[in-house]
Design a protein around this ligand. Structure first.
Ligand code: MG
Length: 163
């Protein structure tokens, strides 16, 4: 038995000294405007996992009104949700992600982000899809932001099916 999960997130950029994406700190003249560390890719991924397993969404699990979540490491939120997904009897098969940003450019850091995601999720890199897209020079308030969409595939663990 299979399930899919879908997650999306966006954070605005402000002047700064780097942004986390997929658990990798990317040096650039920007930082995220965010309550947590703002890692949009991990937020979209976490929401996709939660959605696929029928768990509450990331905003309900880690409300931004809770001071405990201020500056919170998104890798930690991902691990909490991944553990909850597994304890509900699901295993992660594969993910596919699209990151939309004019800046920073994804191509120079794509391989390290993919490796980071594979490590965080205990997947082979072959099971981690990642595409970088731009806004094709469209101007507007959203030009200064990074956006991520992630789909995940979950499979019911064998022992759960017969147990
Ligand atoms: Mg977010």
């Amino acid at each position: 038995m299979y399930r899919t999960g879908l997650g999306w997130d966006l954070h605005r950029l402000q002047e700064g000294s780097g942004i986390p994406l997929g658990g990798v700190l990317i040096p650039c003249p920007w930082s995220f405007v965010a309550h947590s560390d703002g890692d949009v890719l991990l937020h979209a991924l976490t929401d996709a996992l939660a959605g696929g397993a029928g768990l509450p969404d990331i905003g309900e699990l880690f409300p931004d009104t809770d001071p405990e979540n201020k500056g919170r490491d998104s890798r930690e939120m991902l691990q909490v949700v991944l553990a909850a997904v597994r304890s509900k009897g699901w295993e992660l098969v594969a993910i596919d992600a699209v990151v939309v940003a004019d800046e920073p450019r994804l191509s120079p850091v794509k391989a390290s982000i993919r490796a980071s995601l594979a490590e965080l999720l205990e997947l082979d890199e072959d099971d981690v899809g990642l595409k970088g897209k731009t806004r094709e020079g469209l101007q507007g308030p959203e030009a200064r932001s990074v956006e991520a969409t992630v789909v995940v595939m979950l499979r019911r663990r064998q022992e759960e099916k017969h147990g």
